[in-house]
Design a protein around this ligand. Structure first.
Ligand SMILES: NC(=O)c1ccc[n+]([C@@H]2O[C@H](COP(=O)([O-])OP(=O)(O)OC[C@H]3O[C@@H](n4cnc5c(N)ncnc54)[C@H](OP(=O)(O)O)[C@@H]3O)[C@@H](O)[C@H]2O)c1
Length: 276
């Protein structure tokens, strides 16, 4: 791809978007990093503003918030792709979630959009534990989730961003769907034990029923987010994701980072110091 093909990075202050934008900046590749707090603004809830953010762009890295699994997301993604085509964009790289029916519907809208596309379908992120929604749980010492003893191949945000940037910059990835996971299946009890051993914190995993999980979330994060997280856990922690993907290996021709590598980096960067 010629160097002057600028890339729109949506969700650019988030865990993945910020890493994608940083990599493009390091490559000297022109890009526009957007979210609700940038100029120009990009807000999923304000489609009238999308075209302005897309002006002059060649491709888009798409983080959809709150989640591609929420009702209405496929229609919004289709509208986004239609606007993108009208604005002259050529390619979408979509960040998706693994094993989520709603996300697969959104992926299909992108595949049928007529745009070049790559789907980056990720397992649960390592960085949920130090940058994301599970940070308060880790700091409190209680990781309570409706995940039973299910196995999850946690993936590193740096690997996802590396795959996304390769997909954005190299045409050989066009039309691929990459199942990006880490190299190891882990329970949340394994995660709690490994975070505890590496950080000195005392973190315990407590498996909850979906109903108890929802009830615990409700006063903390409100109904919409509680519904989303509880439904997500009920859907993806039924065994469907208990296998390793090969997306990192196929896209980057290297192995994904292990959770232990993530812990070393996170701790070196000061993760969980608030608890000290
Ligand atoms: N966490 C996981 O384990 C996991 C696994 C698989 C897939 N995913 C998918 O990954 C995506 C989340 O990515 P992430 O974790 O990198 O995000 P994140 O860290 O939660 O950050 C969200 C980003 O989106 C922006 N944003 C929030 N509301 C917005 C809106 N209405 N319009 C436009 N931008 C908005 C935020 O910036 P502003 O607040 O400035 O707008 C921020 O840049 C979701 O689609 C999720 O389904 C997550």
């Amino acid at each position: 791809m010629p160097i002057d093909n600028p890339i729109l990075v949506i969700g650019a202050t988030g865990k993945i978007g910020s890493r994608v934008a940083d990599r493009l900046a390091d490559n000297g590749h022109p890009h526009r990093a957007v979210s609700r707090s940038t100029a120009p603004v990009f807000d999923w809830e304000d489609p009238a503003g999308w075209a302005r953010a897309m002006e002059g762009m060649h491709s888009a890295f798409v983080t959809y918030v709150p989640d591609l699994a929420v009702p209405g997301a496929p229609e919004i993604i289709e509208r986004f792709a239609t606007t993108a085509r009208a604005q002259g964009l050529r390619k979408i790289v979509l960040l998706s979630g693994r094993g989520e029916h709603g996300a697969e519907l959104s992926e299909d809208r992108v595949r049928r959009s007529g745009l070049d596309h790559v789907i980056v379908r990720a397992s649960w992120f390592n960085q949920n534990f130090d940058e994301g929604q599970l940070l308060p749980s880790v700091l409190s010492g209680t990781l309570a989730l409706a995940a039973d003893d299910r196995l999850e191949p946690f993936v590193d945000a740096d690997d996802i961003a590396d795959v996304a940037v390769a997909a954005l910059l190299d045409e050989r990835h066009t039309s691929e769907t990459y199942e990006v996971t880490g190299p190891r299946l882990m329970t949340f009890a394994d995660v709690a034990r490994e975070i505890s051993a590496a950080s000195g914190l005392d973190v315990t995993y407590i498996p909850l029923s979906v109903e108890d999980f929802h009830a615990a979330l409700l006063p903390v994060i409100g109904k919409d987010d509680a519904d989303l997280l509880a439904n997500l856990c009920a859907e993806v922690f039924d065994g469907r994701n208990e296998w390793l993907g090969d997306g990192v290996q196929r896209a980057l021709r290297r192995e994904p980072r292990d959770f232990a590598d993530y812990l070393r980096t996170a701790i070196a960067n000061g993760a969980w110091q608030q608890a000290a």
